[in-house]
Design a protein around this ligand. Structure first.
Ligand code: SF4
Length: 406
């Protein structure tokens, strides 16, 4: 599919290595599932102690401004001291966001995490996970499971609710079904994230090096012998969503370290009710939001509290500053003139994100997310979480070098 997006029409998120919206903490690499495309080797009882977690948080605090901390893994809910870890992040003045498959989440656990200060959950749910009792379920059928977790969070209240799904070439066509489901539950679902499947194909015609030493890539969890079809791009996800929502329009992005016109994180904010989407905010709205948050809190904005996201009507006051908001206001007022009852419904804001992880370039370089939000700590340094297995296995980053037939 072709892309109709130009970086010049969107806001380049201001996130950098030392000053970002999010950081990525991995308190364990143990997981209770084996998902296709996972970047981490699943290791039993690989829980970090609270002391190590403290050290990693201190490294973030020393080297990087951050608004939210994604607590990931493995699955963080299998860590026996997860409540304490959430408390540690919250007491540093950051928003703890749990990235989980949800399997280990009970109502009791959720309430304990809320008491510990959890700000949000991102549930990873898709058809590539080999979930017990869910084998063979389509993305559409998994919407019931998504709703189960969204309703759990809504019952407890005050916690941001996000879902992410890895998108494979055979599930790309299902993305609009999830986006449509998200609209039906826009009052309790705040964020939808679609992550294009990536692995590190061991390409013929390339040799792999760490420093000057040639290595064998196969022990790496994300190395695959055979490449799938052409990799899905974030713009393919947008084009697919447009088959259902033709005016779907992103407002902000992060580019690739190798290509300014590759959208690694492509962010869309839509405003509407369960029955109707009135439109999409524009780049100025994003710029104002990020800048004001930085001025007021010293870091860029990651997760917005649900109560703010339900204040759509108040945000429309910013219409003179943003063309997207002005279009939303116009569509909303026209509708209200015909059906005044809509004035009694809340207007919600919902994020739809498309992420395009590392891209293999022809010269062997890897296009990474410029201003990577999922930076983690390894050996007291800030590193890409999606490539940490290279450090674990080889002590440094792997470079692919074309062998040029020699
Ligand atoms: S560079 Fe890797 S870790 Fe960072 S945001 Fe992109 S995919 Fe995630």
């Amino acid at each position: 599919m072709g892309s109709t997006l130009s970086p010049n029409d969107l806001y380049r998120l201001p996130w950098t290595l030392p000053d970002n919206a999010i950081s990525w903490l991995e308190p364990t690499s143990m997981c209770n599932l084996y998902c296709d495309g996972c970047y981490r080797k699943n290791e039993s009882n690989a829980h970090k102690s609270l002391e190590v977690v403290r050290q990693e948080l201190d490294t973030f605090n020393r080297l990087r401004k951050t608004d939210g901390v994604s607590i990931a893994g493995g699955d963080p809910l299998v860590h026996p001291q997860i409540e304490k870890i959430v408390e540690m992040v919250a007491s540093d003045g950051q928003k703890p966001i749990i990235n989980t498959n949800g399997l280990a989440l009970t109502m009791e656990k959720l309430k304990a995490l809320k008491n510990a200060g959890v700000a949000g959950f991102t549930f990873h749910i898709d058809s590539g996970q080999n979930r017990p009792h869910m084998k063979g379920k389509t993305e559409f059928e998994l919407n019931d499971l998504r709703l189960h977790y969204a309703e759990m969070l809504a019952e407890v209240g005050g916690i941001s609710c996000a879902f992410n799904a890895t998108v494979y070439d055979h599930t790309l066509r299902d993305v609009p079904l999830i986006v449509e489901w998200g609209q039906k539950h826009i009052d309790i679902v705040n964020i939808l994230v679609f992550i294009a499947y990536r692995a590190a194909p061991v390409h013929h015609g390339y040799n792999y090096y760490v420093g000057g030493k040639q290595i064998d890539m196969t022990p790496i969890a994300y190395a695959v012998e055979k490449e799938r079809k052409a990799p899905i791009m974030s713009t393919d996800i947008v084009e697919m969503i447009r088959t259902k929502y033709p005016d779907f329009m992103p407002s902000a992005y992060l580019n690739s370290t190798e290509r300014p016109d590759h959208f690694k994180w492509l962010l869309t904010l839509r405003m509407g009710t369960k029955d109707r989407i009135y439109g999409y905010v524009g780049p100025k709205f994003m710029e104002i939001g990020q800048t004001l948050h930085h001025l007021m809190h010293g870091s860029y904005l990651a997760y917005t509290l649900p109560k703010t996201l339900h204040q759509g009507r108040r945000m429309l006051l910013g219409s003179p500053l943003d063309r997207g908001l002005a279009r939303i206001a116009s569509a909303y007022l026209h509708h209200a003139l015909r059906s005044p009852l809509v004035l009694f419904k809340k207007l919600h804001l919902q994020t739809v994100m498309a992420i395009q992880p590392a891209d293999f370039m022809e010269n062997g370089a890897l296009g990474m997310c410029d201003g990577c939000p999922d930076i983690t700590v390894y050996d007291n340094k800030l590193v890409w979480s999606c490539r940490m297995e290279e450090l674990i296995n080889f002590g440094d980053w792997v470079r692919a070098v074309p062998d040029n037939g020699q």
